[in-house]
Design a binder for this molecule. Sequence first.
Ligand SMILES: Cc1cc2nc3c(=O)[nH]c(=O)nc-3n(C[C@H](O)[C@H](O)[C@H](O)COP(=O)(O)OP(=O)(O)OC[C@H]3O[C@@H](n4cnc5c(N)ncnc54)[C@H](O)[C@@H]3O)c2cc1C
Length: 523
Amino acid sequence: MTSSKNSYDVVVVGGGHNGLVAASYLARAGVSVLLLERLPHTGGAAVSAQAFAGQPARLSRYSYLVSLLPEQLIADLGLDLRLVSRSVASYTPTLRGGRAGGLLVERPEGDRTKESFRELTGGDDEYAAWERFYGDVGALAEVVAPTLLQPLPLEREVRERVDPAVWRDFVLNPIGETIEERFTDDTVRGVVATDALIGTFASLRDRSLVQNRCFLYHLIGNGTGEWRVPVGGMGAVTDALARAASSAGAEILTSAGVSGIRAGAEGAEVTWHDESGSHTVAARRVLANVAPWVLRILLGEGEDPDTKPQGSQLKINLLLDRLPRLRSGVDPRVAFAGTLHLAEDYRQLEAAYADASAGRMPAELPGEIYCHSLTDRSILGDSPAETHTLTYFGVHTPAALFEADPDAAKQLAVSRALAALDEHLAEPIESCLARDADGRPCIEAKVPQDIERDLAMPGGHIFHGDLDWPWAPNRTRLETPAQQWGVQTGVDSVLMCGSGSRRGGAVSGLGGHSAAQAVLAER
Ligand SMILES: Cc1cc2nc3c(=O)[nH]c(=O)nc-3n(C[C@H](O)[C@H](O)[C@H](O)COP(=O)(O)OP(=O)(O)OC[C@H]3O[C@@H](n4cnc5c(N)ncnc54)[C@H](O)[C@@H]3O)c2cc1C
């Protein structure tokens, strides 16, 4: 199918959730928009899929929880979308002195949380440190969150509104140093630290502070940092956005892979291919929902292996006949309702990073698990009552580990991830797996190479590249609307519109919102 016109105000390259956000805002403002998506469906990494033949469950195949999508954006676009809270924030099973236990953090935190800290650490100091730490994080989030839908603030404008000690601990010093100063227990330190490593390959003490930026994004969503469950799965987020874009008048073409952008200062031509051949349209502005590294190829600059991002995560989707019992005796409906941390003690995180940096699969693979269906059973269709989904997100498995022998390395990574879970279970996870129509266990794993192949995220990097601070360095020139919104590319007619823009990253819609505002500000 080809486009209805030869020329548009805006062509959006890529139909990820950010591309849909941009298309929605622009079409609602009366801008003519064509969106081109290479896959047969929109959504990019924010989709649901029936991953196992013969099983009706529709799993959030890649991304699964939402925090950074602003309530204001949901209201602006009138999205029919429900995000619900989990009753448990996290559970971290432990084995100390041969005894199985665990650290429970409720949502909201109450007596059981305090008691759990006391049992694990032998006193109340660690929980008091935890409350102070997250109080400081909350104060920082309250300053940063309201700026996310505004033009970029300068660093000093944010800094002057934050307590200098908080700024030092979270923005200037490596987050690992702050965590080591403020906490003593290795498990507690690890639970705190993991937010710095989701989709980010770094030591917690890395001087680049890429881990601090990751940490900040994970804790500022809507000013609370709460990660909520999208009812209906991630596909429901994309479906709501696609409906908003179409009903506002945006034209959406799927199975339309863009192969080139010829860009000048005043406008651009975009060429794409579908089964009927090659097509070209003109646009005043092109919005790139693809990664910056992919955009450079589309602009004709060639592939530069030295600047290619490298993803580092292992995603495993599982469908279970029943939830497994835990050795600690905790109710699995409590343990799996929030984030269940595995091999994520602070020392284990740093050891895994050292292993992976040296080219070895981490001996103990850090990762976390969460069960969507304990909060929202709607994704299960007519599955039997005890059926549940589990999502595993592993860190410190960089793409380089899978290059020499991809199949063997993937098998090793999956077996280590499952071993880290089995260590805390009273029955092996394999015994709980559902079977697909061919009798195979319902488990699928995605290493960075799979993510790149499926989604065209270069190197399988889940944020299209390392995250930036959500403010501009003090001496940045913020003259054009594109610069003011952090979506400039070096070519005036092409703007970033995805995870790779300054405040993109995660299912936030911020990349799409910023791109749309920059286009509207130019009018
Ligand atoms: C395994 C995994 C787990 C994650 N978990 C979470 C989570 O729980 N919560 C969270 O907030 N974030 C999570 N993330 C990150 C988040 O999903 C991404 O940052 C976000 O989806 C990026 O959205 P986007 O619209 O910018 O880009 P994408 O989702 O990457 O969409 C870009 C689109 O462009 C298309 N495209 C690429 N090249 C072309 C071309 N040449 N022509 C046309 N179309 C093209 C792609 O097919 C894709 O549809 C996760 C990501 C992954 C991979």
